[in-house]
Design a protein around this ligand. Structure first.
Ligand SMILES: Nc1nc2c(c(=O)[nH]1)N[C@H]1C(S)=C(S)[C@@H](COP(=O)(O)OP(=O)(O)OC[C@H]3O[C@@H](n4cnc5c(N)ncnc54)[C@H](O)[C@@H]3O)O[C@H]1N2
Ligand code: MOO
Length: 418
């Protein structure tokens, strides 16, 4: 063991290295992160209220036709046969089980109520007029002519048949999916488990409260990353601050049992950047060791030896500069987590650049942008150590080497909301 002048354990000299080789192209790095996932986490059944954010492990199948019965789309009268009609009956409310309606008669009906058999259309309340002399109900909507069959009726099976596949496996369960699943009769959903994530925040200089002082700075990534990674599909199991000490870092990497260990800082080749050495000592296999992207190029991805339960483990090393860490999260961590959680990859979102988006001469650039009336425009305060631009961003533009001209199309990555 080597001990540095400050009393920390340092790795042996031969284990110390920054990234050695050629930075991987940005799109290839994302594809490598997805491929590193292997098969998705196993499936389980969850009550609807707990399934939000998971990926469907099976297609969502309708347990009923939708609508399940011919339904009134309006408040008014269910009418049978051509008008005028003789009003009859008590009226049908949503949830009621109406009897048969005889030809030439009409019954009051509420939106959402089951259409009585024999009825073929609904006359809206505002289109109906009762003749004071005869007591008969007339359609005043369109002059002479019969009410068209099916008018203002939502026919049984209009949205789906019973047994029809509504959504494929791999769909992310959103609030809308929960609503559709309930409407189609489900109480539980078969979903993939979420991959577990543990965060190791590296750096002796980091403070957990109060303003920066005595050369130390606040940990910005401890608050930022857990919700960002949860949005990417992670089950967050813990966060630890790890001092700049080779032995402590090596032990922390060895001890984590999460599916994905995410570290921040220590990716470069500074005097206390021990991540590469700790990965070497933990028998990790580097899959990505720096990416041709700005900010964030020292980001890395490694396969760790399996945990005690035999489950594969991966480590995503994010650079310490906060915007660089976000770049690493969207490039490596989120694609890996989504694949592990069984989510189908969405088509990339593209939009127009409202103004020229400046690029790096050789590398991809991830640029915080905001929406304008004509497309997206760059934001100020986009330096690797800054978060001010990101806070105002509607997305991160993926700017290819050389930049994007005004009016050209550009890929946009999501910046999560609350
Ligand atoms: N000689 C070179 N030096 C550096 C290079 C290089 O290519 N050659 N790359 C630079 C780039 S680019 C980046 S990004 C950083 C990556 O550094 P590390 O991942 O080793 O991170 P640290 O050195 O630990 O910290 C960098 C910076 O970020 C601050 N930091 C760290 N963690 C946090 C946190 N949780 N919250 C807020 N701020 C954090 C830290 O205090 C430093 O200011 O390396 C460059 N150097
Ligand atoms: O990767 Mo560094 O992000 O340029 O700060």
């Amino acid at each position: 063991m080597t001990v540095t002048p400050l009393g920390r354990e340092a790795p042996p000299d031969e284990a110390r290295r920054g990234h050695g080789g050629h930075a991987m192209a940005w799109h290839r790095a994302r594809a490598t992160a997805r491929a590193a996932a292997g098969p998705p986490r196993p499936a389980g059944s969850l009550p609807l209220a707990e399934a939000l954010g998971h990926a469907l492990a099976e297609p969502l199948t309708a347990l009923t036709a939708l609508p399940a019965f011919d339904t009134s789309a309006m408040d008014g009268w269910a009418v049978a046969g051509p008008g005028p009609w003789k009003p009859s009956g008590e009226g049908v409310l949503a949830g009621g089980q109406p009897g048969r309606l005889a030809p030439g008669t009409a019954v009051p009906i509420a939106t959402g109520a089951r259409l009585p058999s024999g009825a073929r259309a609904v006359l809206r309340r505002e289109h109906a007029e009762t003749d004071a002399a005869t007591g008969l109900l007339h359609d005043r909507s369109a002059g002479p002519g019969p009410v068209a069959s099916g008018r203002d009726v939502r026919p049984c099976g209009q949205e789906c048949r019973a047994g029809e596949a509504l959504l494929p496996a791999g769909t992310t369960v959103t609030p809308a999916v929960l609503g559709l699943a309930a409407a189609a009769g489900h109480d539980r959903l078969a979903v993939h488990r979420r991959p577990t994530v543990e965060l190791l925040v590296l750096g002796d200089e980091l403070l957990e409260e109060g303003p920066p002082r005595h050369g130390r700075v606040r940990d910005a990534l401890g608050p930022l990353l857990p919700p960002w990674l949860r949005h990417g599909g992670a089950e967050f199991v813990g966060r630890r601050l790890v001092p700049d000490d080779f032995g402590r870092l090596r032990a922390a990497v060895r001890d984590c049992s999460a599916d994905v260990v995410v570290t921040t800082g220590s990716t470069a080749a500074g005097p206390v950047d021990f991540l590469h050495a700790a990965l070497g000592a933990a028998d990790a296999r580097l899959l990505v060791d720096s990416v041709a992207v700005r900010p964030g190029h020292p980001m890395l991805l490694a396969a760790l030896p399996p945990g005690a339960d035999g489950r594969p483990r991966r480590l995503v090393g994010l650079p310490g500069n906060p915007l660089a860490a976000v770049a690493g999260a969207v490039t490596l961590a989120v694609p890996l987590l989504r694949r592990l959680g069984g989510h189908t990859d969405a088509e990339p979102l593209r939009t127009t650049a409202a103004t020229a988006l400046p690029g790096h001469p050789r590398d991809t650039r991830l640029l915080p942008v905001r929406r304008t009336g004509h497309g997206v425009a760059p934001l100020p305060f986009d330096g690797p150590a800054m978060l001010r631009g990101l806070c105002l961003a509607d997305g991160l533009a993926v700017v290819p080497p050389g930049g994007v001209d005004a009016g050209a199309s550009v890929e946009i990555l999501e910046v999560p909301g609350p």
